[in-house]
Design a protein. Structure first.
Length: 143
């Protein structure tokens, strides 16, 4: 499983302009009833710093990041790490982490590279209400 050790814990970083990525954020917000994860947009100061620290482009967000238990996960491993943290039945979806890397990456990148064309793009990052904004990490919102 691809991961990098970080000092930040339990954070999901997503492309705030991508309709699919924002949908993943809303899904996690709804199903993470324990409030384990905080959130940050990739366009935010925190998101930008994390992408740079991990050696990822800070202007083309082909992967969401999930930081769980101090480890940063990318691509389908990020999805698996997020699903493992949710209540039943969602952890079943985390089994995708056992697929061969070549297959996982081919599947993931085929969607990631076409996500704006397939799902659309917001003109700007979403503007959450106060109750949702409270779930964002410090520096995790705004550009």
């Amino acid at each position: 499983m691809e991961s990098t050790r970080l000092t930040i814990d339990n954070l999901i970083v997503f492309d705030g302009e991508c309709v699919l990525c924002s949908g993943f954020f809303r899904f996690m917000l709804r199903h993470d009833r324990a409030g384990r994860f905080a959130f940050a947009t990739a366009q935010s100061p925190l998101g930008q710093r994390l992408y740079r620290d991990l050696g990822l482009p800070a202007d083309d967000f082909e992967t969401n990041l999930v930081i769980a238990d101090g480890r940063a996960y990318q691509r389908l491993d990020a999805f698996a790490a997020a699903m493992r943290a949710l209540p039943w039945p969602w952890p079943v979806l985390s089994l995708c982490r056992f697929l061969p890397r070549k297959l996982k990456d081919a599947f993931y990148f085929s969607i990631a590279r076409n996500r704006y064309r397939l799902f659309g793009r917001h003109d700007r990052c979403m503007i959450p209400g106060p109750e949702v904004r409270a779930r964002f990490a410090c520096g995790g919102y705004g550009a």
